[in-house]
Write a protein that binds this ligand. Structure first.
Ligand code: SF4
Length: 403
């Protein structure tokens, strides 16, 4: 079928072996797209009742039929597993530049089974799979790991996904990171990778699937770009990115605030998109072949975090720390964002679970006090969650367990 290779790669980390299996057109048509394919493969490969953090769980990476083509915005890879956070089906998606490289390995999806007895990273390409030791990388943050594995593999244009100490320590909301700041953030994908002692995967290759009509796709992409040129929604995303939602939702009194007890915060203008553009050094940043470029590389220009650079913060991170935890400085939110990205934990769940703890503290239900809005106490708690120390261990298991 055009857009696919009809080939799935299986990797067994326990026995360090890999094999390919064909997948027929009927299945690809029935479960069209990377999302459908990933869901089908999870259903097929995971037995009922298995522990998400056991070797019996599987971790699946999938791309779709237009990934790696000229199609605008086809920049996402999808990850599927049984979530250690919810105990249920989980999918999570990440942008950046990795998805086209996954596609170029020549597989429609990659199913990772079993668990290694010691830390490893994988190199997956159109020539097969290499198993590399990752003992020297265990404990390192996601940025350093990404740099290191790409340097060690040494293939120009290769891309990597990594986990940080959060994933290694099986924090239930650990994520998979790529391009430093892009995350398959939801549902604990990083913890499943950590449970398999899989620190990173590097992708490279030169394959591309056949297209039904190259010219038609070309024309369609051109028409999309033309249409988007004067679209006010596209213009707003280009200029403000997702942080534009801070103003919209606060004005509508529909912003998650003070652990879901209010619909806005008084300080929202200090953590808005306008504030970001006026007070940070902001450079637009796009995922692979995206004309919107909603991402923002933002450098802090003043205060104690001067010089800190991240892509973001995105709206969800701002609401989690700025709304739910009531941090009133965007520079401090960028700092907390950076900790989460480096340690490889999801900013959304992290902010929400700390806000939950703050509310418990306000009600006098916990011994260790932490007031709303205190970025240093939040940072301290984030480190404790990642290292699973004391109350951090309780929170690392997710909100249901903590409650
Ligand atoms: S730059 Fe923004 S709009 Fe474009 S693909 Fe990435 S996340 Fe989506």
């Amino acid at each position: 079928m055009h857009g696919f290779y009809n080939r799935i790669l299986y990797v067994d980390l326990t026995d360090k072996k890999f094999w390919e299996e064909d997948i027929d057109d009927n299945l690809l048509k029935s479960f069209l797209g990377g999302r459908g394919l990933g869901a089908y493969l999870l259903w097929k490969n995971l037995e009922k009742g298995k522990d998400p953090l056991s070797p019996d769980n599987v971790l699946i990476f999938a791309t779709g039929p237009v990934t790696g083509t000229k199609m605008m915005g086809a920049s996402r890879y999808a990850v599927f597993t049984k979530s250690p956070l919810t105990g249920f089906f989980a999918d999570s998606y990440s942008g950046g530049d990795v998805a086209p490289r996954i596609k170029q390995t020549g597989y429609d999806a990659i199913v990772i089974k079993g668990a290694s007895s010691s830390p490893i990273y994988l190199e997956i390409s159109d020539k097969g799979v290499k198993f590399h030791s990752a003992g020297h990388l265990w404990g390192k943050d996601t940025y350093e790991t990404e740099d290191k594995v790409l340097e060690e593999v040494g293939v120009p244009g290769a891309q990597a996904v990594t986990i940080g100490p959060g994933g290694e320590n099986l924090v239930a909301f650990a994520c998979i990171e790529n391009n430093y700041w892009r995350s398959a953030g939801r549902c604990g994908m990083g913890a499943v990778m950590g449970s398999k002692k899989l620190k990173a995967i590097v992708f490279h290759g030169e394959k591309s699937p056949s297209l039904a009509n190259d010219k038609l796709l070309d024309d369609y992409v051109k028409s999309l770009v033309k249409k988007a040129k004067n679209d006010p929604g596209v213009a707003a995303y280009k200029k403000y990115g997702t942080p534009q939602m801070v103003a919209i939702l606060n004005k509508a009194k529909a912003w998650p605030s003070e652990y879901w007890s209010r619909g806005s915060v008084d300080h929202w203008e200090k953590i808005s998109a306008d504030y970001l553009l006026e007070n940070f050094n902001v450079t637009p940043h796009a995922c692979h072949r995206c004309f919107i470029a909603c991402g923002k590389i933002s450098e802090v220009l003043k205060g104690r975090h001067k010089g800190l650079k991240i892509e973001g913060p995105e709206h969800e991170t701002i609401y989690a720390f700025g709304g739910q935890c009531k941090v009133s400085s965007l520079e401090e939110i960028a700092y907390l964002n950076d900790i989460c990205d480096r340690k490889g934990i999801d900013t959304i769940t992290a902010g929400n679970i700390i806000a939950f703890y703050m509310e418990l503290s306000r009600r006098g239900r916990v011994k260790e006090k932490i007031e709303y809005g205190d970025p240093d106490k939040i940072a301290h708690l984030l480190y404790k969650i990642v290292e699973r120390e004391g109350i951090g261990d309780v929170l690392s298991r997710g909100i249901k367990y903590a409650a």
